[in-house]
Design a protein around this ligand. Structure first.
Ligand SMILES: NC(=O)c1ccc[n+]([C@@H]2O[C@H](COP(=O)([O-])OP(=O)(O)OC[C@H]3O[C@@H](n4cnc5c(N)ncnc54)[C@H](OP(=O)(O)O)[C@@H]3O)[C@@H](O)[C@H]2O)c1
Length: 275
């Protein structure tokens, strides 16, 4: 399998071209999925305090046989832990649940602007990075206004902004906003959560033209947009397929075709979403 180039972050670190998502899986299932994803070759695992599976993710990483320094683990600060002191305490719980002595990437999960605690939470993440407890820090579901506020008040630019992004929600403005600020865009729900998007005739046609699956076509589209997708799959064969998107290139016309599907958010609106 050809390897895709890594992403360079604004803090001097790198991330793999593609990571593995773990939302909505818990218990033994989560452990098994992460173990097989690591065996398939994933080296970036995305979890969150609110997923309730950090313990299982940590167990899978520890038991995978992959050296710790080769696996990058992302977690996210949940809404209940926003605020400076609460974010520090929330981070300790995350690290304890994962069984790690250092986290690779920590994100503020949602801005929750009505609570107005995301700047204080960001200051806590900055401290954790300064102390070496976290390698890289970033945000998720932040708009350009949220980004400008934390950057303006702290002078620290997030390394990553993880946002909903797939052909059914192409996020052209947010991709540009992230890029202008030197922030890598990670995509959640990159497969549009599976059903529907992967059955769309436009997606199937592009996939068929390259002899790949609809999921591979969609992930390749994101790669060519300069986005880092985090597909989730319980199925070991799909896990491998989703990682195998380096061997073909979409034409400009195919990129445009995948980007012109009807647009609709699947998840929350960052300005109003509450956790
Ligand atoms: N920051 C945030 O607010 C946020 C929000 C949501 C998600 N996330 C992160 O982003 C990750 C990905 O998003 P997601 O899990 O919502 O959705 P997703 O990755 O877009 O889609 C997952 C769905 O697609 C199916 N699937 C995977 N590979 C496939 C393939 N090759 N062919 C056909 N179907 C396939 C999976 O089914 P099987 O499992 O049966 O293969 C699953 O039902 C999450 O797991 C989480 O880590 C972050």
């Amino acid at each position: 399998m050809t390897a895709l180039p890594t992403f360079s972050l604004n803090d001097g670190h790198t991330l793999p071209a593609l990571g593995f998502g773990t939302w909505r899986v818990a218990g033994e299932e989560a452990e098994e999925e992460v173990r097989s994803a690591l065996a398939a070759g994933y080296r970036l695992i995305d979890t969150a305090a609110s997923y309730g599976n950090e313990r299982e993710v940590g167990t899978a990483v520890a038991g995978s046989g992959v050296p710790r320094e080769q696996v990058l683990v992302t977690s996210k600060l949940r809404g209940a832990d926003q605020g400076y002191d609460a974010a520090l305490r929330g981070f300790e719980r995350t690290l304890g649940a994962l069984g790690l002595d250092r986290l690779d990437l920590h994100l503020i999960h949602w801005p929750l602007p009505a609570r107005d605690l995301y700047v204080d939470s960001w200051r806590a993440l900055i401290r954790l990075r300064e102390e070496g407890a976290v390698r890289s820090i970033g945000v998720s579901n932040f708009t350009a206004a949220h980004l400008d506020r934390i950057i303006g008040e702290t002078g620290v630019v997030p390394a990553v902004n993880q946002i909903e992004l797939h052909p059914g929600f192409v996020q052209e403005e947010m991709r540009a906003a992230n890029a202008e600020r030197g922030i890598v865009t990670e995509s959640w729900g990159p497969l549009g959560r599976g059903k529907g998007l992967l059955e769309a005739p436009e997606v199937r046609a592009v996939a068929d033209a390259h002899g790949v699956s609809p999921a591979q076509a969609v992930l390749r589209w994101q790669h060519q947009l300069g986005v880092l997708p985090l597909p989730k799959s319980a199925d070991p064969q799909r896990q491998r397929d989703n990682l195998d998107v380096a061997g073909f290139t979409l034409t400009g016309e195919e990129m445009a075709r995948l980007g012109s599907l009807p647009q609709r958010r699947l998840g929350g609106d960052p300005d109003t979403h509450e956790e």
